[in-house]
Design a binder for this molecule. Sequence first.
Ligand code: APR
Length: 249
Amino acid sequence: MNESTPIPESLVEALRGAQTVTMLTGSGVSAESGVPTFRDAQTGLWARYDPADLATPEAYSRDPRLVWEWYEWRRGLVAQAGPNPGHLALAQLERHVSRFTLITQNVDGLHRRAGSGNLIELHGNIMRTKCSAEGVAVEDYEPEGAPPVCPNCGAPLRPDVVWFGEALPADALHAASEAARSCDLFFSVGTSGLVQPAALLPFEAQRSGATVVVEVNPDKTPLSRHADYVLRGRAGKVLPALLEATYGS
Ligand code: APR
């Protein structure tokens, strides 16, 4: 048992008995992989930019080269990163639970690389590129140019992520709400709970009778005082401890 992260016995029992578990993650679950959280200060060349100013359609139409190069920098960070024990514990947990859904706000693709299967990428995936005009994913394109252009229609390409002010993919949002409404346990891991509609999901779970809402975060968030359990710690420590306490693995 990981002594620094005591897991309440009642939570272990609830998890052991749960048929349906829904998990919401934010950038905090990737922090231990070396991927800066969204609200971390940016480093180096990008230190002077606020992500919230770059991850917008306005920034892209104003300066597509700047936005494309920022995402290329972030893709480089993500490509060097790897799943951490928190990601791996979630992939393990999925194997123990009959109906397990992992909803992530992260665009870094680390849950998929860790082996998570039933995954809803609410905000898209930074490693995917799409045509800014047709909105469809584009895999093969000439890498020249920043941004490169769509081989089909010639419009500039962009990362396949949801920018501030853009609607979330309707099918992903519907599936996420469904998973929140139909679960026995809802976990909110590594998210500040500041950005809607993802921030509403734990409350949707609570309103629709999810017996237990659990937060995993070293810091307080708006959800903390509403959660049934708050496991105050880092995901890379708490999630493996939860797995070990519940399933001995
Ligand atoms: N383990 C767990 N949580 C952590 C860890 C860690 N090792 N390190 C930091 N955290 C927590 C922080 O305390 C914070 O509450 O992770 C949270 C990160 O919050 P944000 O940086 O706001 O990231 P996130 O909640 O994912 O942002 C949500 O907002 O900016 C948009 O689209 C972007 O998907 C992002 C969304």
